[in-house]
Design a protein around this ligand. Structure first.
Ligand SMILES: NC(=O)c1ccc[n+]([C@@H]2O[C@H](COP(=O)([O-])OP(=O)(O)OC[C@H]3O[C@@H](n4cnc5c(N)ncnc54)[C@H](O)[C@@H]3O)[C@@H](O)[C@H]2O)c1
Length: 324
């Protein structure tokens, strides 16, 4: 008989609509939701026909959950993930995993001690185009990786424009670009950043545009470009080059390029948003952490990289060497 997982949520804002849609596709009901916004709790609890809480500790004490999705703004992370894993729950954490390196290290230690299934929502790792690109790359070396995240953000967002809560665009949004470069190219050894501020002070209290240069441990090089002050056609994606290899991944579904003179043209069906949840559920049911492509420990590495890029930004473009 199929075991029905008991799933809970801490934070039920915008991104959770996608996680809920994915759970529905995998015929997995939501058992309980928690948010500090009582009106949102009432709305989602009614829609899911599940229990609703404004105190996550009460939810953990009452509900015997198998897994909890934690999707709160990065600067609001406190003990939520730690308390979930201490209660024996698997955790699916929205990126980025936090802003406080000490708390993040304590959280990772708690996850390791509890031995629970853990995943972070780096959905691009689960996209069709990324799987296809990895298969095409095979053993070849990617020599250069370029990535860009160029999206016009709204001026009235409740937390996105505040560096103290979101961490800045590099840490909050462009994290996907850094994370996928790590996934495809390996670890970064050096990072250097420059930014521009002043074109979008009504949108955010941090840089509106940034450029980050990367040197990888294997000698490869890369750049991540970000802006929040204008919409750009095909504004998000990656370009990879190697000997007789060029691949362009356009978020979320298009892959093109040339390898050994042969054109590559591929249209994906799955962006990764739905599949990441499916793989989390499978890992949970089969108790198989090894199948997770974006563990908490791995996400901590992406956070460390983006925090180093931020540090360089705040220090006039100083080159930062990352610990290996
Ligand atoms: N593609 C992606 O992977 C993706 C996309 C969007 C957002 N995100 C991430 O998801 C997280 C949430 O973003 P969002 O867009 O859903 O934000 P949101 O503002 O729409 O929702 C956040 C929710 O968290 C609630 N909340 C805040 N503090 C809380 C607390 N201490 N306990 C319980 N609930 C709390 C808020 O009331 C709100 O309902 C962020 O980390 C963000 O970076 C990921």
């Amino acid at each position: 008989m199929e075991v029905v997982m008991r799933i809970g949520f801490i934070g039920i804002g915008g991104i959770v609509d996608i996680y809920r849609k994915a759970l529905a596709q995998y015929q997995t009901p939501v058992t309980a939701v928690c948010d500090i916004n009582a009106a949102r709790v009432a709305e989602v609890a009614a829609a899911e026909q599940c229990a609703g809480y404004t105190d996550y500790r009460e939810m953990l004490a009452n509900e015997r959950l198998d897994a909890v999705f934690i999707a709160i703004p990065p600067g609001y992370h406190q003990q939520q993930v730690i308390d979930c894993v201490k209660a024996g729950c698997a955790v699916f954490v929205a990126k980025p995993v936090g802003l406080d390196p000490t708390l993040v290290a304590q959280t990772l230690a708690a996850i390791n001690a509890a031995g629970v299934i853990n995943q972070v929502g780096y959905m691009a790792r689960y996209a069709d185009i990324v799987g296809k690109a990895r298969a095409l790359i095979g053993d070849r070396k990617i020599v250069m990786g370029l990535a860009r995240f160029m999206v016009r953000m709204p001026a009235n967002h409740p937390w996105w424009g505040k560096r103290s809560i979101c961490g800045g665009q590099i840490i909050e949004q462009s994290t996907h670009m850094f994370d996928l470069l790590r996934h495809l190219m390996g670890e970064v050894s050096h990072v250097q950043s420059f930014g521009h501020q002043g074109a979008a002070d009504d949108i955010a209290d941090f840089e509106d545009s940034t450029i980050v240069s990367l040197k990888f441990a294997n000698g490869a090089i890369g750049t991540v470009i970000s802006t929040s002050c204008t919409e750009v056609p095909e504004g998000c994606g990656w370009e990879l080059t190697g000997r007789d290899l060029y691949l362009k991944l356009t978020m979320d579904l298009e892959l093109s390029g040339v390898i050994d003179g042969k054109p590559v043209s591929y249209h994906g069906e799955e962006t990764g948003y739905i599949r990441q949840v499916g793989e989390f559920l499978t890992a949970l049911k089969t108790k198989n952490q090894a199948m997770i492509k974006s563990s908490y420990a791995d996400a901590v590495q992406s956070l460390q990289l983006t925090m180093a890029a931020e540090r360089s930004l705040q220090n006039g473009g100083q080159t930062i060497r990352l610990e290996s």
